[in-house]
Design a protein around this ligand. Structure first.
Ligand SMILES: *Cc1c(COP(=O)(O)O)cnc(C)c1O
Length: 339
C-alpha cells in the first residue's frame, strides 16, 4: 500500500531507533533530562529565540503559545483556513477563553491592511487583540509558502501595535528548504513558533515551541497543567535531535515527489490541480470523475493507494520520507486506472 494520506505517517529511521535506544534520560519535569535539554537548546539556537520547549504535539504547542500570550476575553487574529482555527477543536476558546477574529487569506497569506484593521482600538466595548497567528507552510492551501514579505509586513503592523505574532510552523522547515532560506529568515518575524518533529522530519512524537524566556516559562507551566509534563521523555527528544539536524535537507525530495505527482495529474482530463505544490502537499479536484470522495478514495485503495478527503470533490495527497520516487510512479498509474 502506498500511503499518501499524511506526512505524519512516517516511521522512525534506523538511526532514530538506535538514538532512542541509547538516549541518556532524566526526569524532565525536574529539568533533568539531558537529551530534552539539548533538543530545546538546539531549537532555540536554530530559531534565534531565547528558549524552547518540547511538547507532545503541534496542537499542544500552538495552544500553549495562545495560553502564554493572552488572557480570557481577549481576541486573537487567525486566518480562516488555519489549523489553529480549523482543526484544533475550538481549543483557543475552550482552553484560553479567547475569541478568534477570522481573516480570510489567499493561499494562507492575510492581507496586512486587513490584519491592521482587524486590530481592536482602545474602546470599552471591545476585546483586546492580544495575538496574531500565521501558518507557514499553510496546510489547507496545499502546503503553500507564506512569503517573507507578507510575514514582515504583518509583523511590522503587530509590533507597532505591541501585539505578539505566533507562527504555526508545523511545516516551517518545508518552507525553509523550498525557498532555500535560513530558519531565522522566517522566525525573525515572530515572537513564538511551533515546529512539528513528527511530520516530514520523521520523528515518532513531538513538537517544539520557541520564543522569549518568559513566554516559554509560562508555556511550561501550562504544559504541566494540561498533563503534558513528561518524565524520561528524552527517548523522544533523541529522535527529535536527528530530525532537526539531519532530516531537514531531505525535505527537498518530498517536494520533488509532490511536483512529479502534480505534473502527472495536470495531464489527466478528469482531474484539476487545486494548487501547484510549493512543498509536499497536492490538492486535486475530482468533480469531473463524477465519483464521490468516498468512491474515489475506496477505488484508489483497491489500486493500492491511500489519500484523504479534503472537502467534497477534493482529495489531498501528501508526500513524505516513506514513499519513494518509484512509489510515486505507481501512485500515478493507480490514479489513471481509477479515473
Ligand atoms: C499537523 C499540524 C498541526 C498539529 O499537529 P498535531 O497533529 O497536533 O501534532 C498544526 N498545524 C498545522 C499547520 C499542521 O499541519
Amino acid at each position: 500500500m502506498i500511503d499518501l494520506r499524511s506526512d505524519t505517517l512516517t516511521q522512525p529511521t534506523k538511526k532514530m531507533r538506535e538514538a532512542i535506544y541509547n538516549a541518556s534520560v532524566g526526569d524532565d519535569v525536574y529539568g533533568e533530562d539531558p537529551t530534552i535539554n539539548r533538543l530545546e537548546e538546539l531549537t532555540a539556537e536554530i530559531t534565534g529565540k531565547e528558549d524552547a520547549l518540547f511538547v507532545t504535539s503541534g496542537t499542544q504547542g500552538n495552544q500553549l503559545a495562545v495560553l502564554a500570550q493572552t488572557s480570557p476575553g481577549d481576541e486573537i487574529i487567525v486566518e480562516a483556513e488555519s489549523h489553529i482555527f480549523f482543526y484544533e477543536g475550538g481549543a483557543t476558546s475552550a482552553l484560553a477563553g479567547v475569541q478568534p477574529r477570522v481573516v480570510q487569506g489567499i493561499k494562507g497569506e492575510m492581507n496586512p491592511n486587513t490584519v491592521k484593521s482587524a486590530i481592536r482600538s482602545d474602546d470599552i466595548h471591545f476585546p483586546d487583540t492580544s495575538l496574531i497567528c500565521l501558518e507557514n507552510t499553510h496546510n489547507r492551501s496545499g502546503g503553500s509558502i507564506v512569503s517573507l514579505e507578507n510575514m514582515s509586513a504583518i509583523y511590522d503592523i503587530a509590533s507597532n501595535a505591541g501585539i505578539p505574532v505566533h507562527i504555526d510552523g508545523a511545516r516551517l522547515f518545508n518552507a525553509v528548504v523550498a525557498s532555500k532560506r535560513d530558519v531565522k529568515d522566517f522566525t525573525q518575524y515572530c515572537d513564538s513558533v511551533q515546529i512539528c518533529l513528527s511530520k516530514g522530519l520523521g520523528s515518532p512524537v513531538g513538537s517544539l515551541l520557541a520564543g522569549k524566556k518568559e513566554v516559554i516559562q509560562k508555556a511550561r507551566k501550562w504544559r504541566k497543567r494540561l498533563g503534558g509534563g513528561m518524565r524520561q521523555a528524552g527517548f523522544l527528544a533523541a529522535s527529535g535531535i536527528i530530525s532537526i539536524t539531519e532530516m531537514v535537507d531531505r525535505l527537498a525530495e518530498d517536494h520533488e515527489k509532490a511536483l512529479k505527482l502534480a505534473d502527472a495529474i495536470e495531464e489527466m482530463d478528469k482531474l484539476t490541480l487545486v494548487n501547484r505544490p510549493d512543498t509536499n502537499i497536492v490538492i486535486v479536484n475530482t468533480e469531473k470523475t463524477l465519483q464521490t470522495n468516498e468512491e474515489f478514495l475506496s477505488n484508489l485503495k483497491k489500486e493500492g493507494l491511500l489519500a484523504v478527503s479534503f472537502g467534497e470533490g477534493q482529495i489531498r495527497f501528501t508526500t513524505h520520507y516513506d514513499v519513494s520516487a518509484e512509489d510515486i510512479e505507481l501512485a500515478i498509474s493507480a490514479i489513471h486506472r481509477v479515473i
